[in-house]
Design a protein around this ligand. Structure first.
Ligand code: ADP
Ligand code: MG
Length: 675
């Protein structure tokens, strides 16, 4: 049985089982599908082809004995020369004097390391031994307790004993259509490929399988949600809705009209709405939310708007009150700082239906809040909302339509994966008359010059945000850092301009006061940590200075930048950064080159990978073991289409061709991927 514990293998006792469990390996199947994260390709590379600083494996013959020189306390350097095609280069290893035994003059060896083209030398990281070990060696993520060699021995043993039990789980039609290796062949070849080509075939199969199975689950979920007929039909009053949109202070953009229609269509339908509304910062999601909420109210239901922070809740409350001014809609705000008495009144009014729309933080749904008849829940910043809250709603027996709004533009491929069970609406157009924010990247020494320039801008009546970096792992340091920047700027701008400070450690009431003062132009410069990241709207603020900008993700920088450029005047964003490496520089450059959030996130994804960009936990993105959401994006799309095809068949589970697939998914469903 592949589901057996790895303890059935010889050499695996309780201790080793625990060490393996730390790597996520508990069963034979998990061991067999614990794939290498890379392969050492010991092919001969011509020195002239290797880029400076590239990590490579170079094969050659040792031409000088290894010499160890010691320096400092316990430090050493091992050096020798190698030759490849009459080209001699030097190799050095630091603090690994014991490698001396592995280096014999006139022997062939392969060394993995970083190439320095100028010095013509290799900074060695690993000696891979001679040819006898094969030219294409798998490398696994291992731990101190479990070594490469141990793992490989165990995998071999597992294949010998249980390999025959590996069964196909994909339908034959797909295997033939995409010329995939069988499951067994592929799993074996992932660990012990004979050559690059075979490995490529194996990988293709394994990645397809992983994506396909994932999409089967997601599409199944989507179908199940859709099938629930106990969703609400929100039969809104078309005339009142039209009247409301006419009362708005501006004409909706085409994109806003399109997504509003999509949402209204879902509201009307008795099916359960699960829709993601994506739109760049400033694209005008709030008014779309307001229209949806208003529609819900005209149908006799209540609506809830949930946001991640109190400041945002307040701001949304204000916007809604303005938009709903010509109507009789009753909006209330409920947050952690609502006073007990007021809170009781609000809860009562919600329960008896006097309140039409409630705005609050995410705590809203978790506490003892009862609705008279909740019809629509809208959450802002979906990636902070997460899957759990969706479940909480369901568990409370509430089946409202749900609209998730996010300003984090998610590249298509990721949307397929992270939000595959949702429908997606995109606002891809900005309201007319917006001037794109001009973004500049400067080095820290240029800061003073920039400050002089900002002084002039402030003189012209504008305001400025200064964003201080997040210092990981220490909120205290964050605050200290923000405080010292605040003090410096206070001195610089005194006495003409007021500088204020906002950070996460402040009381809510304090934060509100400071925000309010900035809004009213009582302070002209607002120094802040990223607590103001989302939503704040002060059109007169036309400048943003982001200190140590390279510490932020691109998506986050883009979000921050969205705080300026909200009025009719030209706005500026200055990134102050001295990135250490090329990726960092590239990221700063991208910010200066585009203001399109989709382009930004697409690039960020390319540069850093999905895990870094979104954080798996937060986004509900699954971690794939073989597939790469960026590199294998085309496989992902094919897998999605094929999974949709399967789910389009009535009762595909009972068709003989899909029996194995159905069984496999059933088995796996115990390992729920959500949660
Ligand atoms: P988002 O929430 O998508 O970041 P907002 O809803 O806060 O954006 O809208 C940003 C600003 O644009 C607001 O001041 C809003 O009143 C304004 N706005 C929204 N839609 C339009 C439109 N169609 N035409 C002009 N201004 C608009
Ligand atoms: Mg918004």
């Amino acid at each position: 049985m592949l589901q057996q514990s790895i303890q059935v293998l010889s050499g695996v006792g309780e201790k080793r089982a625990k060490d393996l469990a730390d790597l996520g390996i508990e069963t034979i199947e998990q061991l067999l599908s614990y794939y290498p994260f890379r392969y050492d390709d010991i092919q001969e590379r011509q020195l002239s082809e290797i880029q400076d600083q590239e990590k490579v494996t170079i094969k050659g013959v040792v031409v000088s004995p290894a010499v160890v020189s010691r320096f400092g306390y316990k430090k050493s350097r091992l050096q020798f020369r190698m030759m490849q095609n009459h080209d001699v280069f030097s190799v050095s290893f630091f603090n690994q004097p014991y490698l001396k035994d592995k280096v014999e003059v006139s022997e062939d060896i392969a060394v993995y390391g970083k190439w320095d083209a100028k010095k013509k030398s290799l900074l060695g990281m690993k000696i891979l031994g001679s040819n006898s070990e094969g030219d294409f060696a798998p490398i696994y993520h291992v731990s101190k307790a479990v070594r490469q060699a141990t793992l490989i021995t165990l995998i071999r043993q597992a294949f010998d004993a249980y390999g025959a039990e590996i069964e196909e789980n994909l339908p034959l039609s797909l295997i033939e259509k995409y010329r995939l290796l069988s499951r067994k062949e592929a799993m074996y070849a992932m660990h012990f490929p004979t050559d690059r080509k075979q490995h490529h075939q194996a990988k293709r199969r394994v990645v397809f399988e992983e994506f396909f199975l994932f999409q089967m689950r997601i599409q199944g979920l989507k179908k199940a949600e859709k099938a629930e007929v106990n969703g609400l039909a929100v039969l809104y009053d078309v005339d009142r809705l039209k009247e409301f949109t006419r009362s708005l202070p501006f004409e909706l953009t085409h994109a806003q009209k399109r997504v509003t229609n999509e949402i209204c269509h879902d509201l009307r339908s008795p099916k359960h709405m699960q829709r993601l509304l994506q739109g760049d910062v400033g694209s005008g999601k709030t008014v779309v939310a307001a229209i949806a909420l208003y529609a819900t109210v005209t149908a006799g239901f209540q609506g809830a708007l949930m946001v991640p922070t109190e400041i945002l809740a307040q701001q949304h409350m204000e916007s809604l009150n303005q938009l709903f001014d010509p109507t009789k809609v009753c909006v209330a705000l409920l947050t952690g700082s609502t006073k007990t008495k007021e809170r009781r009144e609000i809860l009562e009014a919600l329960a008896n239906g006097e309140i039409d729309i409630i705005v609050g933080t995410h705590a809203l749904i978790q506490e003892g809040v009862d609705f008279a008849n909740l019809g629509l829940v809208i959450t802002d910043e979906q990636h902070r909302f997460g899957v759990n809250q969706r479940r909480v709603l369901r568990e409370k027996g509430l089946q409202p339509d749900v609209l998730f709004m996010t300003a984090t533009p998610i590249p298509r491929t990721l949307a397929i994966t992270a939000y595959g069970e949702m429908d997606v609406s995109i606002i891809d157009e900005m309201p007319a008359g917006r001037i794109p924010v001009e973004t500049r990247w400067i080095q820290p020494p240029q800061l003073n010059q920039v400050l002089e320039w900002t002084y002039k801008e402030l003189n012209a009546g504008h305001q400025m945000y200064v964003i201080c970096p997040l210092i990981e792992e220490s909120e205290m340091l964050d605050v200290q850092n923000a405080v010292s920047i605040y003090e410096e700027l206070k001195e610089f701008f005194a006495p003409k301009f007021e500088v204020s400070l906002l950070h996460g450690k402040m009381k809510n009431s304090e934060k509100d006061e400071i925000m309010e003062a900035f809004k009213n132009n009582e302070s002209q410069v607002l120094v802040s940590t990223t607590v103001i990241e989302v939503g704040v709207n002060v059109p007169n603020a036309t400048m943003m200075l982001i200190i140590d900008a390279d510490r932020f993700g691109l998506a986050q920088l883009h979000q921050l930048r969205g705080r300026v450029g909200r009025g009719a005047e030209a706005s500026y964003c200055v990134l102050v950064a001295n990135p250490k490496n090329d990726t960092g520089k590239e990221r700063m450059k991208i910010m200066t080159e585009t203001t399109n959030g989709f382009v930004v996130s697409e690039k960020d994804l390319e540069l850093r990978g999905p895990g870094e960009v979104f954080g798996f936990r937060q986004s509900g993105l699954p971690e794939f073991s073989a597939g790469d959401l960026v590199a294998d994006a085309h496989i992902l799309e094919v897998a999605r289409d094929e999974a949709q095809n399967v789910w389009q068949m009535e009762q595909w589970q009972i068709l003989p061709e899909y029996a194995a697939l159905a069984t496999y998914l059933d088995q796996e469903s115990e390992n729920q991927f959500f949660d």
